[in-house]
Design a protein around this ligand. Structure first.
Ligand SMILES: [Zn+2]
Length: 245
């Protein structure tokens, strides 16, 4: 894809994300989680003809201050469907776990394992589950609990059905994470990612009433996909951390 990371000074650089797959399953905790980090990569993958499914643990119903959950849940599901469609994702599922109270318990792990079995992905991509995005920038409990549940469900499935993706076991599991091991060159796919995040209008306009939603979306997407030294010829990139095998 781009330069090979052979020379000593570039040996520790992230590698290009694998391309030998067709079905990807994105597992996240909340609406807008894909758009905050990885949707430029998703836009590229679907443009390349890959099939991507989004499965969300919750409907984000606790996420809009001042809006009752019974109203906010459907609003956020609809915003998620619109934003997914912009990056070529038509399959969007909500598992119905409680927003802001997600716990890595057997029920959640069973639902995650069931999603992996049903969608038969080659690659699973989840959310960063570590404690801090950066020093002083703590991750959310929902993200950490959910990521732990994905890891455990993945390991249980591997133990149960072995290594054949035809049996429902994905080859690879990545997190959308800081300190990536792999990257996707997203040159040409930043704009659809900005448009996708901008669909979370109700959410973003309450989160920051002073900054227009498209400006918030652009700042987030351009920040997360900023070019990195030595990668992809200076193109914007989205990073992923390979967690298994
Ligand atoms: Zn989230």
């Amino acid at each position: 894809m781009t330069e090979s990371p052979e020379s000593p000074e570039t040996a520790a650089l992230p590698e290009p994300f694998p391309t030998d797959w067709t079905r990807g399953l994105v597992l996240v905790a909340h609406p807008d989680d894909p758009e905050y980090g990885m949707s430029a990569a998703v836009a590229r993958w679907t443009a390349e003809g890959r099939h991507i499914v989004y499965v969300l643990a919750s409907s984000g119903e606790a996420g809009i201050e001042g809006m009752p959950p019974a109203i906010a849940g459907p609003v956020r599901e609809e915003e998620q469907r619109r934003s997914s469609a912009i990056v070529g994702v038509e399959d969007v599922e909500f598992l119905g776990f409680p927003d802001s109270r997600i716990v890595n318990n057997p029920e959640l792990r069973d639902s995650v394992a069931d999603a992996i079995r049903r969608h038969r992905p080659d690659v699973v991509i989840s959310l960063y589950s570590g404690p801090e995005w950066a020093p002083g920038a703590p991750n959310q409990s929902d993200h950490m609990e959910f990521g732990a549940a994905v890891g455990a469900a993945y390991d249980d499935l591997v133990a149960a059905v072995g290594v054949d993706s035809a049996e429902g076991r994905p080859q690879l599991w990545f997190e959308s994470a800081p300190e990536p091991t792999h990257y996707v060159d997203v040159e040409g796919f930043v704009e659809p990612a900005v448009a996708a995040l901008s669909q979370h209008k109700e959410y973003l306009s309450v989160l920051d009433p002073r900054t227009p939603v498209p400006e918030q979306a652009r700042a987030q997407v351009e920040g997360v996909s900023a070019p990195r030294d030595g990668l992809a010829g200076g193109h914007p990139v989205v990073g992923f951390r390979r967690m298994r095998p």
